[in-house]
Design a protein around this ligand. Sequence first.
Ligand code: GAP
Length: 455
Amino acid sequence: MPATTMEQLVSLCKRRGFIFQNADIYGGFQGLYDFGPLGVELKNNLKNAWWRAMVYERDDVEGLDSAILTHRKVLHYSGHEDTFSDPMVDCKDCKCRMRADTLKDGKCTECGSTNLTEIRQFNLMFKTNVGPVVNEESYGYLRPETAQGIFINFKNVVDSTSRKVPFGIAQIGKSFRNEITPRNFIFRVREFEQMELEFFVKPGTDEEWHEKWKEARLKWWEEQGVPAEHIVAKPIPKEDLAHYSKATYDICYEFPHGLEELEGIADHTDYDLANHTKNQDEFKINAHVHDKNVDSTSKLALYDEEAKEWFIPFVIEPSAGVERGVLAVLTEAYTEEALENGTTRIVLKLKKHLAPIKVAVIPLKRNNEAIMNMAHKIKTDLLKLGIGRVALEDSGNIGKAYRRHDEVGTPICVTVDFDSIEQEPASVTIRDRDTMKQTRVNLADLPNYIREYFA
Ligand code: GAP
């Protein structure tokens, strides 16, 4: 079968309720998407898998959920006010506006004209007024990354947990960027979620940790069904590095529209903590200071008991986009299979922990009370296992129900039929999404079977 196309994914996502264009009843709001009944489950499952790997399974990471609205001084001292921009150009002929780095041979991407304006910088942050008074100082920003919320809470977390390096702070949450040209479905959007870890280390150990985190993140993507052979960890050339970075890997994935960034893993040095620190002159700072900090009331530093001095930790930052993760996972899972009877089925071969619906319980006849009662009871019992969503699928047509659940990636269907209610001991049919194999299981053994399957 050919590689998955964006059209196939967009169509499946809309048809089955994964992802919708935002405000489509008003013609659509560009660069914004809504996650539907199954999309929200898939997205939550991916975020939970990240949180579990980062916070629960490690002993050196704490979690955080900081505010989205961000103090202007935070984004001033972080450098975002001055540097978080993309080069923009307008086409004087077709009036379209685009990122200058997307021009093809210096020509407009829409009409091919070379009649373009000068390139100018466009800041990507959304500015908003905060509070009832509107004046020169009353504005803040919707955060363009979750990372700054972590840096400004560094001391709060250290003081409340007594952490020493190496340790990390993890956060998942919304970020906003006024992208000049949002495109490629949910790949480049204006409102998205990030899964970011800031891992603080002793200066001098940063290069070793940078490599360790690259390996850990590649392994994690593999566990989500995005195999290493479809990923390239690209070291960014020195001359292209962001101003805060000493070294960066772009984890690039073969998306339907091309090889593009899924996650960035940067060695940030001491740039962020140093820039948010008061009395910066007291410290040996490796990164450049963006603007001498005259506003911070805190030093974001740790005391080195051996050297008997304060130091500003370096930070390694694995930063992944949730939407890009969802797109990668869907691209890998989408499969069209030719069946023996000459038809084709679409099946979403998601890893079972990511599947939006874990088990569909299908009563063969919805107007048979005994069958319906048994199906309801099975649903309630399986739900108690805590495996995630268990759905009662009583649309009536068993063949259609199997196809629907293949398309949305439900790993297991449990069918309740006449034998289930008439024969002793009671039993049900279990159908496997990938092999389509059906097995008869005693009702009494079902919870254990399902528990072990999802363990
Ligand atoms: N704190 C570092 C940081 O924000 P970034 O490379 O700008 O680094 C990290 O963003 C990740 O966030 C990217 O690898 C990508 O997955 C996701 N991302 C960034 N901009 C995005 C956008 N406009 N739409 C969707 N995802 C985006």
